[in-house]
Design a protein around this ligand. Structure first.
Ligand code: LLP
Length: 418
């Protein structure tokens, strides 16, 4: 058994070795998203402590993972939430979040969707002049937040860079006066400004530049209650290859200094929010699957599993890397004692590749594949493509016991809309 956790962030792997993964898969089925409560709580705590500034709160961005049992844990940890759709608002309310603990960050939403948030007492952020007009028409005299794009973006892939000159998101910082005019026209009170520069940075520089950019815009709104700096805090998917963790402490010191200076100029304190998704849930989740075939096609060895891209979309969508470990009879096999193989799923597309040319042990049918750091944008992006069933989800509780937290889809559910 290879127990080398080199550079792997602390505790989140050890649960894999404390459990008999075969037993887990036998009990809950395969594929399975398996979460670790302790790791989830730890990440919440780290985000909560990001800065010293007292009026600071964390909104978990639930698009990363909206399992209601995980949401309840996040809530218990004193974390609020942001939502991207009425569906997310609905789930958050069911999880026990109060309306004032939810922030709806809409993008190109209908008046009906805005109305849903308003009717439920949830604050809305708009991210275009035209959406501000729509909001003004349906909620004259209301409170609103505005998402700006200060021109600085970052992210692990161009598809997830959400500020800068090549994205649909946010209001260009040259349009501040227009925002004010429309707010005046409908007697709207702009209570917050927000931004999100993109997803996954491991170097805080762009984030800090983005913060300065947003604060410069915020200075032009004298009555703000809050400033939401966005999410994007990365995790090292290649930690075992030496990729370092995000230096939260370093960011914290710099952020505190920037904020302190700004508050002085602003003349009063405003609430500061962040909206991490991935950082909170990525590392607490492991995706377990089963090997069903091993074959060689024209010199490429293919490991055929039940983890199609309907289960984990990230590698296909963004060429994302997830570390893979292989278990047989509950014991880990040594990745360095084998050969290169390409791990694929069961979807009828050639692009259905989970991991290309990986150094892996000599895998056999029946082995269990553990895909690490799959807690964020894993289940939440899964689908029924090819009429496949979305997997079950289970959690290892802090006392070491485990339980199912979402059932696998059923065949009947595939026809539930008819
Ligand atoms: N706030 C807003 C407005 C967002 O759009 C997002 C993510 C977040 C916060 C949270 O970002 P995070 O802290 O998780 O980076 N599916 C992609 C990631 C898409 C992120 C979309 N927006 C992936 O699997 O990498």
């Amino acid at each position: 058994m290879n127990n080398n956790f080199s550079n792997v962030s602390d505790e989140q792997r050890d649960f894999l070795y404390k459990l008999d993964l075969q037993e887990i898969v036998d009990k809950y089925g395969s594929p399975l998203y398996l979460y670790d409560e302790r790791t989830l709580r730890k990440r919440c705590e780290e985000m909560r402590g990001l800065i010293k500034y007292p009026q600071f709160s964390v909104n978990y961005s639930i698009k990363a993972n909206s399992n209601i049992e995980l949401l309840k844990i996040v809530k218990e940890e004193g974390i609020n939430a942001d939502a991207m759709s009425p569906g997310e608002i609905y789930v958050l309310l069911k999880a026990g979040f109060r309306p004032d603990q939810i922030f709806y960050i809409g993008n190109n939403v209908s008046a009906e969707e805005m109305q849903y948030a308003i009717d439920h007492g949830v604050l809305v952020s708009v991210d275009s002049i035209s959406q501000l007009e729509t909001y003004g028409k349906i909620h004259k005299g209301g409170k609103v937040a505005v998402r700006f794009n200060a021109g600085i973006g970052a992210g692990h892939h161009e598809k997830v860079v959400t500020a800068g000159s090549k994205t649909k998101f946010g209001i260009d910082n040259t349009l501040v006066e227009e925002v004010k005019n429309i707010a005046d026209k409908y007697a709207l009170k702009i209570v917050g400004v927000n931004q999100h520069i993109g997803s996954l940075f491991l170097d805080g520089r762009a984030y800090l530049e983005g913060v300065k950019g947003l604060l410069a815009i915020a200075s032009k709104f004298p009555e703000l209650e809050f400033i939401d700096l966005g999410g994007g805090f990365g995790i090292p998917y290649k930690g075992h290859m030496g990729e370092g963790k995000l230096d939260l402490l370093g960011m914290s010191i710099k952020l505190d200094a920037i904020l302190k200076e700004w508050m002085k100029q602003y003349g009063r304190n405003a609430q500061i929010k962040i909206e991490p998704g991935r950082y909170i849930v990525a590392e607490c989740g492991t995706l377990l699957g089963t090997v069903h075939s091993v074959k060689t096609n024209y010199n490429t060895k293919y490991i055929g599993t039940d983890i199609g891209f309907n289960v984990l979309m990230r590698p296909v969508m963004y060429d994302s890397y997830h570390e893979i470990k292989v278990f047989r009879n509950g014991k880990e096999l040594d990745n360095s004692k084998g050969s290169k193989a390409t791990v694929v799923g069961n979807i009828c597309e050639t692009g259905d590749i989970l991991a290309r040319d990986r150094e892996l042990p000599d895998i056999e049918e029946g082995d269990i594949i553990a895909v690490l750091d799959a807690g964020a944008y894993g289940y939440s992006m899964s689908s029924n493509y090819n009429m496949r069933l979305r997997p079950a989800e289970a959690i290892i509780c802090k006392d070491g016991s485990h339980k199912l937290i979402r059932k696998r889809d059923t065949l009947e559910a595939l026809l539930s809309g008819f």
